[in-house]
Write a protein that binds this ligand. Structure first.
Ligand SMILES: Cc1cc2nc3c(=O)[nH]c(=O)nc-3n(C[C@H](O)[C@H](O)[C@H](O)COP(=O)(O)O)c2cc1C
Length: 442
């Protein structure tokens, strides 16, 4: 009888067929329909998996990371220099970009891949170099390198990594592993680092150039997170609320600058060496002569510098303000990207970093002239939230958003993104209501 029309008793008819008459034929409730509507998920017992699956965006992953990591560590990742103007504007610049779709194109199976430095990668994303990664989660750089290798994406190990160059090769032997170099005023250290990067099969060296001296990250200063650490009582008592973080930290190898551990210097001395105020074009020429593979210069923020660096023999530039962690009040990287691309021409490799928090940010970067985007904090939030699985989740979020963005734009391949697909307001522009569009993208 379920689902069959019946004659209802009068007192039920009153309710089911109200006096006003809704004109609908009623039937007995169908339990099968109810069952379809009320399909409860079986509870996820693994708390890490539960948290990660609940995070639908990088911002939500960030909040999970914030809850699971001591505040000083979270601040170290999340914070930036001085008033954090640049760090915020990096993100804001992407929020202001507007997408212009093309209709009536078949986009059923989009090709997300792209060619970067002679290799085909899964989609235009590179893992940025970040120091102290094992402080954020004990799985550290190894977790990031493994996710990158599995996902066919390049990973740049930092000179300040807490895993050494050889450790990365061991963890991710099939990965496209890059090495980020801080050239120091110790020639023996420079030579050794480059030789080891070569020996470990690194395909690309990234020379970071925006650290003549250390940026002033006020949150770290207030938390006492310096090298060596001088924690405040408040920082320490907050840390004590994260027993798992402590247990993992105390039961895994000590946090150190792993690639330079064999040199007879303390961490503080190494950190001082790494910020070399004497770095200049002669050093770049020296590196170019010594390093036989791809060489990128990171920290470029003007067309003029980009051209000079390319003339000095670099294979490409990374438009970067170090995620706003060095010189504050530099322009947002998305804003300077079109002029850099215009200056270096179509052949040079141009990568953008700073502010990538959504897969569509990567589309905006490509449309504005980049070959790929590099993300730092986005994957570190994942790492803090759940180690290797958290990094995997970050990539999954970015990749899904990237693919959906591409399809909704009417594009079936990364290669089809052009300047016509995004409108960015002129640099320095404040109101989101202004109809102005940058001349360079029209
Ligand atoms: C915690 C942290 C550590 C970093 N360490 C390094 C580093 O050792 N070398 C380097 O070249 N850049 C370093 N960076 C900068 C990143 O490579 C990248 O430029 C920046 O994170 C991009 O901005 P985003 O975090 O908004 O993606 C670091 C960034 C963060 C957040």
């Amino acid at each position: 009888m379920v689902g069959t029309e019946i004659d209802l008793p009068a007192h039920i008819q009153k309710v089911a067929r109200p006096a006003t008459g809704d004109g609908l034929k009623r039937q007995l409730p169908r339990l099968s329909e109810l069952r379809e509507l009320l399909q409860f998920r079986s509870p996820e017992l693994d708390p890490v998996k539960r948290r990660l699956l609940a995070a639908q965006t990088i911002d939500e992953l960030r909040r999970v990371g914030q809850r699971t990591t001591p505040r000083s560590v979270f601040d170290y990742v999340d914070g930036a220099a001085d008033e954090e103007v640049t760090a915020n504007e990096n993100v804001e610049a992407f929020r202001k970009a507007r997408f212009v779709p093309e209709i009536l194109h078949s986009v059923a199976t989009p090709d997300l891949t792209t060619e970067l430095l002679g290799k085909r990668i899964a989609f235009p994303l590179v893992f940025a170099p970040t120091g102290f990664t094992r402080m954020m989660h004990h799985e550290g750089e190894v977790a990031v390198a493994k996710v990158a290798a599995r996902g066919n994406l390049p990973y740049a190990l930092s000179t300040l990594g807490t895993t050494d160059i050889e450790g990365i090769r061991e963890a991710a032997p099939g990965g496209d592993n890059w090495f980020q170099l801080y050239l120091t005023n110790s020639e023996s250290l420079n030579n050794e680092l480059i030789d080891r990067a070569l020996g470990a099969g690194c395909t690309t060296v990234v020379l970071t150039t925006d650290c003549a001296v250390g940026g002033r990250r006020l949150k770290d200063v207030h938390n006492g997170l310096s090298i060596p650490p001088s924690l405040t009582f408040r920082t320490f008592s907050n840390m004590s609320r994260f027993p798992y973080w402590w247990i993992n930290k105390l039961t895994t190898p000590a946090i150190e600058f792993a690639s330079v551990r064999d040199f007879p210097w303390t961490n503080a001395e190494v950190a001082a060496l790494l910020f070399d105020p004497g770095l200049d074009y002669e050093d770049l020429a020296w590196l170019r002569a010594k390093w036989p593979h791809k060489l990128l210069v990171k920290g470029v923020l003007s067309a003029r510098d980009a051209v000079r660096v390319m003339d000095a023999g670099a294979d490409g530039v990374i438009v970067s303000n170090h995620g706003g962690r060095q010189l504050d009040r530099t322009p947002a990287t998305l804003d300077v990207l079109p002029s850099v691309r215009e200056a270096v021409g179509p052949e040079a490799t141009v990568i953008l970093d700073g502010g990538i928090r959504h897969g569509q940010d990567i589309i905006a970067a490509i449309a504005s002239g980049a070959d790929a985007a590099m993300a730092g904090r986005a994957y570190l939030y994942g790492l803090m939230a759940g180690g290797e699985r958290g990094v995997e989740r970050a990539v999954e979020i970015l990749r899904t958003e990237y693919q959906r963005g591409l399809q909704l734009l009417g594009l079936d391949a990364t290669a089809k993104i052009t300047t016509h697909h995004v409108r960015t307001p002129p640099a320095g522009f404040e109101s989101t209501n202004n109809p102005g569009v940058a001349a360079s993208v029209l």
